[in-house]
Ligand binder design. Sequence first.
Ligand code: MN
Length: 316
Amino acid sequence: MSTLLSNGEPEAGAVNEGAVRETCSWELRAAKVGSLDIRRALPVRDRRLIGPWCFLDRYGPLTFTEGKPMDVAPHPHTGLQTVSWLFEGEVLHRDSLGFEQVIRAGELNLMTSGRAIAHSEESPRGASGSLSGIQLWIALPDADRNGEPTFEHHPRLPVVSASGAATSVFYGAAAGERSPATSFSPALGAEIRLPAGSEAELPLDESFEHGLLLIDGDLESNGGRILGDRFYYLQPGNASIDLRSDRGCVMMLIGGAPFGEKIVMWWNFVGRSFEEIERFRKEWDRGERFGEVKGYRGSRLEAPPLKPRIPPTPAS
Ligand code: MN
């Protein structure tokens, strides 16, 4: 059983016993994706990966009456999977394989870049006017990262209802249910809903490290209050996590076996060396390798200048 700590410091009332697997948290940082305000939870300086998860952006909740709050022009990816998961609203995905797919709350868009893919993401015409969601990236293991690109849309995902919590498993496996999404390493991605006045003990895979993000409502975990503007990390070795909510809440849980491979992330590329990243960038510049996204109105994103020591903001 773990105790949730802030920045490695015990919170008031926290118990730090010998068996406790230490946990820490950090503040989400504000960034922009196009004109959309986002809050980035991963990566941070001291934590690049949680299992294979290497990127987590939170956007919304917001409302709009005109325009497209989400408008990310065609851009390339390598060596990763992108997970799009919404709580409200719609996002239209288009990619260089020819897929065009609107995603809504509770549905999964999963894009596997393999060696190379390009895509755009935007608020579709006739959108409801609300938007709230997350975008995640999963690093592909070396053995799979040069495979063929694919795209999957899963409109229905397994929901496990146990001890007061409803858990939608959108990636990997949890509580005996497995997401239909294609995965390449042991991992978990789930949305958990707790009704008002409920308590639940969620079993965890002890070999996994985990990350927890409160999306809406109030949450206490293992005796500590969980804040919506922070991201919580749990080391491997936790067999379960206690959750309690007074008013009800929605939260995200990601996890996985420690990845064990060193990755290099630059802009929207995941690779293994700077030379490789340099080549991906050149190929995108020249219109090679990634194919073309058809149907998007406007020009594609240009790769930022290559400055080895300064990783540019990803387009997500
Ligand atoms: Mn992207």
